[in-house]
Each structure stands twice: as C-alpha cells, then as structure tokens.
Design a protein around this ligand. Sequence first.
Ligand code: B3K
Ligand code: ZN
Length: 883
Amino acid sequence: MRTDDPRPIRLKDYTPPAFAIAEVTLDIELDPKATRVHTTLKMERNPHSTDRVAPLALDGEKLKLLEVKIDGEVLGRNRYSLSDTQLLIHEVPEGGFTLETVATCAPEENTALEGLYLSNGIYCTQCEAEGFRRITYYPDRPDVMSVFRTRITGDRKATPVLLSNGNPVKSGKTKDGRHFVEWHDPFPKPSYLFALVAGDLAQVEDRFTTMSGREVTLRIFVEKGNEDRCAYAMEALKRAMKWDEERFGREYDLDIFMIVAVSAFNMGAMENKGLNVFNDKYILARPDTATDADYAAIEAIIAHEYFHNWTGNRITCRDWFQLCLKEGLTVFRDQEFTSDMRSRAVKRISDVRLLRAHQFPEDGGPLAHPVRPDSYIEINNFYTATVYEKGAELCRMIHTMAGPKRFRKGMDLYFERHDGEAATVENFLDALAEGAKLDLSQFKRWYEQSGTPEVLASGRYDAARKTYTLKMSQVCQPTPGQRVKQPYHVPVAIGLVGPDGKDMPLTLDGEEKPGAKTRVLHLTEREATWRFRDVKEKPVPSLLRGFTAPVKLNANLKERDFVFLMRHDSDSFNRWEAAQRYATGLLAGMVETVKAGGSPRKGTGFAGMVRDILRAKKTDPEFAAQIVLLPSEQALAQIIGKDVDVDAIHDAREILRVSIAVEAKDALLDCYNRMEVKAAYSPDAEQAGRRALRNTCLAYLAAAPDGDGVALAAEQFRRADNMTDKIAAITVLSNIDCSEREEALAAFHDQWKSDHLVMDKWFTIQALSYLPGTLAEVKRLTGHPAFTMKNPNKVRSLIGSFANANQLRFHDAKGAGYRFVADKVLELDRLNPQVAARMLGAFKSWRQMEPKRRKLMQAELKRIVGVEGLSRDVFEIASKTLA
Ligand code: B3K
Ligand code: ZN
C-alpha cells in the first residue's frame, strides 16, 4: 500500500455518536451553480456516548462554508477547523444548543450523482450512503436520527414542483418572485433518507386506503410527456402496499407517498422516506417500449423500495456494516411478494440463477466478504450481491426453519422492539430467535463467515433392510482474511423419489409415524448421517429442494438420476436443477473435447427432454422456458473454475444448441406457433410466460443451419406489436451476420432514436453480440449522439453489458477488450467513481482464466492501481482484486 492509500473503517471501532440532534431545519435556495443551504440543528451531547468531551465533528464534502453560528453567535475562524471532509468545532456549550451553518454546493457540476445534482434539468438528491454531507455539514451516519423540516425555494418556471420528505405544510411566493414549499417529516430518520426533488415535472395521482382506513395520496412524478407510462408502476405500488399489510401487518404511515423518476441515477432506486427516487428505467413502461422483464423488474423494485419503509426506514441500521439488515431482509420481502404475484417456482429459479451468477463468484473470489462485512474502504462498494442476495438467502433460511407462522411472530417482535431505532444484525437475530422460537446461535456464522459452503451428500439404499442412509458433510474454502471456517447451520430440504416418480414418506429411524414427503434436515456438524426406514424401493434422492441454503451441493448422482429427476421431481426447482446439472455435465465434457481439438458428442438426451417438455401441454410455459434453457457461458466458466477458455465454452455450447435446434425442430416450431399470444398485450405472468417460451423456441430455431429461424426472427421483428417480441427477435438477429440484422438494427434506431430508454436496449443488443466485430462496434457507439459517459444507464447498457455479459468478446485473446474497459473505467472514475468501480467488477475473475488472458487482465488491473488520484471506490476494488 502507498502511504496515502485510504484507510479502512472497521466494525470493531464502532462508538455511539457524540451528539444527538432533536430537530433539523433546512432552508434550501436552489441554484444550479451555488445552491445555498442554511441548516439549523438543535443539538445536545448524546447521553449514550462514552465520550463526554469530544469536539463536535460534522461531515462535509465539496461544500463552500459561508458561516457557522452557535446559539445565534457567529463563530470566528479560531473556533473551528475545516478540511475537505470535516468541520470540527472545538468547544460547544454544555446542555442543548443550536448550531447553524450556511454553505453552498454546485449541483450543476456534480457528475458523481451523490448529494444534490441535476438530472436533465431536474434537481434531485442521492444521500445513501454518504451523500448528505455533500449538501450540508452534518453527522452523516445512520445512527443519528432526527425530525426534518425542509424549506425549498426555487424558480417558478424551472422548478414549479418542489418536493421533500414527509407532508407539505406551507407554500407561497417569495418577495423576489420565486416560490417555496415547506415539508415536515414527523418520523425521525437518518440523513441518508433525506431527499429533495425540484423541476418541471408532470404527475400521475391515485389513492390507497390502508387497512386501518386511512387515505393515502399516491403520486408519481415524471418528465413531461411520460405520463402515459406510469400506470403499471402505480398498480404495482398499490399491490405492494396491500401485500405488506396482509403478509407482514405493515401499514403505510404518512398521508402521501411519492415516487419520482429521473434519467440519471447511479442505481435502481432509493427508498427516501415518503419520496422514493427511481431510475426511470424502473418506472416507465408501455407495451411498445418495455419488455415483460422490464415490467417484472418495475413491480419488484417498486415493492422493494416501498417495503423499505419498515425494513430500513422505521427500523434503520446502526452503522453501514449492518447494511444487510435492511437490504437482505427487504430483498427477501420483495422476493416473497413477487412469488405471490407470479409463479413461485420461476421466481425461485431466477433468484438462484442470479445468486450463482453474481454472488457465488464474488464469494469465491478476491472481493469475498461476509454478509456483514467487518471492514471497508468505500461503503458504496459494499452494495453487493453478497449483502443483498446472500443476505436475502439468510432470511429465507430462517423462514424455512421457522415456517411462515413462527417467522411472522419473529418479525412482529422485531418491529415491536426496534421501531424508531437504528438496529443491528444481533437485534434482528435475537428478535427472530425469541419470536420464532429458534436457536440461531450457530446460524449467526452465516453473517460472519464469507465463502460458499460446499455440501457433499451420498446416499445408500439397503434393499434387505429397506433403509436409505444419507450422509452429508460440509466444508468452506478459505477466503481473503478468513482461513479457517466453523461449520454452518445448513437447512437441507430433501425428498426421496420412488421408481414410479412419486415421493415416498420420510420416516427416520426411531420415529413412529410415517413422516412428510419433503423434510428439512439440519446439517450443523462437519458431517452427519440420517437413516430413513420403510423405504420400499430404491429411491433417487431429491436434495436441497427449493434451494433451502446458499451452498454448492455435490451428490453422488449419475446422469440417469438427473434425467429421472428432471422428468419426475415434484419439486419444480429441483426439476430445473436436474436439467441444469445434466446439461452442465454434458457441456463440461464437450468443452474438454473442443479444447483437445476433437468433435464432441452432442447429447441427444437433452434434446429429447426439450422435445418432451415442449410437447407436454400441461407444463407451465414460463417454467418450460426456464428448463429448456442451457446454462449460460458465464455459468459454465464458473463451474469449470480454472484455466477458462472462453472460445471453447462458446463453441461447445453452440454445438449443443445447434444439435437441439436440429433434433427438436418440429417440436420447437410447433410450440413457437402454439404459444403465440393473440389477445391484446398484457404484462401478466401468464402471457409473459407464453412469450418467454415462444422466444426461447425462436432462439433455438435460429441456431439451426437451415436459415428458417432467421427468416422467422426477421418476420417476428417486423410484425411484433410489443417490445418483448421485438427485442427477442432482434437479439437473435444480432448474433448472425446477415442483412436482416442490419435492417432490423437500422429500423429500430430510426423508430426509437429520441427515446432514451429504448435506445439503451439498442446499445445493449449490439454490445452483447457474438459477432467478431463487436468490440469495434461498441467503441464506435461510444460516439453515438445518444451515448454519454455522464449517464449511468448509457454506460451500463453499452460498456457494462459488454464487460460483464459478453464473455466471448470481452475476453478477446489479445486483450483489446480489457484495455478498452480499463480505459473507460479510468475515464469514468473522474466523473462518477461509484459506477466506475462497479464496471471494474468485470475483472474479478481474472485468476480463473487461462494463463495468457490471466496475464493480460492482471496487467490492466496493475495499470489502474498505478494511476494517481484514483477514487477510493476504484482503488479499493482494483487493489483487492489484485491482492
Ligand atoms: N438503498 C438503495 C441503494 C443505495 C446505494 C448507495 N450506493 C436502494 C435499495 O437497495 O433499495
Ligand atoms: Zn434496498
């Protein structure tokens, strides 16, 4: 480490805040160049602080301080010190006092999109995690909770709409011809939940009556002209509000709930109290502009942010190490919501797919960290798949162990005990353990140890005794900073499937009555054995049903067992899993053959299964679309794990795809025709499922060498009246070097060139193409008038998709992909460190690559770390990735 390298913050150094704030008053006068913020804080020493003499330290960044007053008296320069990050007041009166500061910030210059910035002429804020300090001097930490009053003054023309948290209490004109609105938020909150939005916005309004009969006004604000794209978001919001009442007994608490959609936003959305701010990608939808996947994401994210009102806002986090307390739990809640609104099986499959695609590699690589990390350099780097997705899996395991009723009791106790507090993971686990009557003492290790545990299972049938013995063991590989792991408490749901395809009762030795057909076994030791009696015939075990724990399972199952399970398992998740395992085994073998220069066996078994699934009229189309899909190239790379050869993976997968297309052509074509939706477009799960299956068939058909599929795709592209079918068709064409491809891309561009959200799709399609010219094309597109490095959605859709989702072309053999992305990371770091650091994640798997590429990636990482003036964000990711 260089001497000026940023120092890590550690969980073990936590101390309570030295000062408490009873009330905050913000008086904000908007101006693009110099917004003036006059802040009044009613403060006193925090009775819970152990330090009675600490000076008053306020965070502040990129601010110009104009004045400091205590109890009305202006402080001279000798009474405080000021640095780039802090205002330190040496002495303050004993007892309560009032601190006032006046400072300015420059929203127009803010390209980092943290604090107060302008998005397409709209003022908006992003304060989580540490953006409030870019608005005013403040103890910017989540355990300082206070009641906020905010007065916003702005130009009447440019900013007719002036919004902040809570309820509007006053508005009027100012003497100089501007106008103001005052807001009051009665619920004490940390500064990261503060929000301000101002601009010339259109609004869509609705109402919701809560379970206790209170009327809540719902408003969605969008840029003018987008009013016709808000209906789905509004309906989703109402569904989420109702669901949280029914499932968790949680009611909304203010008179008004507002959502604002902006086009420049660092992530998906933000749960500011009463005023959620969204990336407009997750609000705006119309059948011709948004895909089924967009609709589903809108529903999930609207729900997620809304659910934060209780898990995040009413109960917040004591410090940022506790981030999973709100994020993991809220993701679990939104997953449950989606499962109730749509297909539970399909939701589980897509969540596990996501977990394996992002979280497993994180947990097995240089950036591995526990769900509750114990140190960080830049907190924004810890909004990770581990904190979110693995965090949600931990809540799901508690839910599995407790069952829905007891889980609800645990949650009720958590809300009852900690409402209005800044809580910890311990608080959560204590409430859940007590309320749900569980012993979670060993379970807590899931929050402390990083790495994905591997569970080894082997079963043995004793035909003479009619017993089935299942042995399971667990091990977790060392991760950075954690060499030795203690055993986890792993809940494993299992079933035993008889030769007739039916589940058998699971009765353990010593039990009297026959047991249930799916049971949860608790693996708590490094190794354990269970013996089931009265097992009439030799079963095939169905292990880890529903994926009850985030582990890597290895069982002594054979190819024929997977074929059997993918046809018969009563657990849909495991049916899908068996198909994936089967295909993965097949593909891994094919990759080896390709690498050795041979021509691989094609695996007619999978094509046969595809054919049967497509012909089986009973199967839910959405589920069928999942089960017939081959594991992605990235998933294969991860499973192969070392000396990854991206070309061999691509080639092997293509060979299999082509053979499926040829062997199952009739079934694919028949299903393609049968799944056509004749009714008017609706984004509901049923229609979406039919389209998903139909478009999966289309992609297979286009892989066949006869060219029929290409013609079909071109035809679908021309005729489709909705974005889902258009995108599916153009995606298929984008991978094939043909005139239809160029025509479709040009037509799409002409139709949508002035729609920024649809143009993002156009960028992504090209960034993901398998064709050899893709990198050159991506470089060229960075010069397209619709592209700008200043908008995160543009960066993500073009460069992010290329780096993270186009394995074949990013890993160009000469390193041109690496060089391009590294250059862009450095360019972006000067504008927006948060998004730059995220893009750098594409390099995290460098150690798994074959030697040549490994060296090339390492060289780029070294080049990045060597650059002077890197942000903390990029420095942390680059240096840890290399370590
Ligand atoms: N809480 C925000 C994420 C904030 C990210 C800050 N870098 C969105 C969410 O998880 O709901
Ligand atoms: Zn969240």
